[in-house]
Design a protein around this ligand. Sequence first.
Ligand code: XMP
Length: 427
Amino acid sequence: MKQDLIAIIDLGSEHNSSLARKIRDMGVYTEIYPHDISAQELLALPNIKGAILNGGPNNIVGGHPVDVSSAVYRCGLPMMAIDHPCILPTAEPGSVNVLKDFVFNVCACEKNWCVENFIEDQVELLRKQIGNRKVLLALSGGVDSSVVAALLIRAIGKQLVCVHVNHGLLRKGEPEQVVEVFGKKLGAELVYVDAADRFLDKLAGVEDPEKKRKIIGAEFIRVFEEEARKLKGIELLAQGTIYPDIVESGTKTGHAVKAHHNVGGLPADLKFELVEPLKYLFKDEVRACGEALGLPSDMVHRQPFPGPGLGVRCLGAITRDRLEAVRESDAILREEFENAGLSGKVWQYFTLIPDVKSVGVRNNARCFDWPVIIRAVNTVDAMTATPEYPDWALLSHITDRILTEVPGVNRVCYDMSPKPPATIEWE
Ligand code: XMP
């Protein structure tokens, strides 16, 4: 293994993730382990250099004092116990030095955590886990599944089979990009399933947002399952699980690292062994890994996109013509934000169309068309959000383009609502 490791032992701190980030920012790899890890398990971790007991006041786990000292002390590794003030934003500058001193002087770690070393280690580990077996991956084209695909192509090449289900609710150009990048450029074994009609037929006339979400989720699993059954003899399923998915937030401790979870909600009789090569990476590390593996920048820096896709932006019962208008207007917005240098600055932006028409006038005749609503927001964690204030001239230019280029649209509005009380999406 290329990287030194510091183990964070979770004793009930809600700041495990921030502590992990602090240490990784110093160039040293770290992982969080539950408080009941044994001395043998700790010592068996590759390149382990030291352990940090990260606890709340009095080392309380789940309301009970615990004796972690025996396992960790007995293993003979350099050890430090902290009560998390050194990682809080309010921490005195000196406290970070204490952490640095422990990592570099006491544990003698080297600054050898970087994505290149991570990739090298993962390739080795993946080859060991997979052997000559085949691996299946649901490749959505989102950041995580794309990076998993690129990593697995590097490690096992044609033993990876990617299935890309186009549910007809993707943004303009997305399915084509998946085929271009993975099927052609990276030479992956790619099964492209055009299931747009199937999804849209199922969704016809369904107005309730929750019902729409359920239909899309369930149909996705059905299509994927059908494809998986056609591909006989595959034992492994790759997933884009990332570290924040498995590190519990809050103080429900003692379970800092969850057992594997079946993210896709696949039926239990599809028995797969899981391959989750990104499960120790934070989102920005996943992106850096994707760039190092040669994925296009726009794929790696893609903004968040809900699983139900444009289905939740074509409000109410989805119709094909209104869905196309959402897709086209969204493409114009993305292109213009990109040209204006806003694509890396604004957290999320998109268009949506409500199931409402208004009167207008076009070519000296009355028209009765939809409004396009533009939503652009900034946020840290998507729990609260504030609207972006784009330049009027830019908004006016985008409006002109949408009104001339997108059929069936006669108005463009800008959503100024913060979250709360509004949510980011409309459905
Ligand atoms: P809201 O609308 O709740 O959205 O403010 C917060 C963030 O979550 C995204 N979002 C979803 N992501 N599946 C997803 O994977 C979904 O069903 C879903 N709904 C909302 C949304 O785009 C925003 O970034």
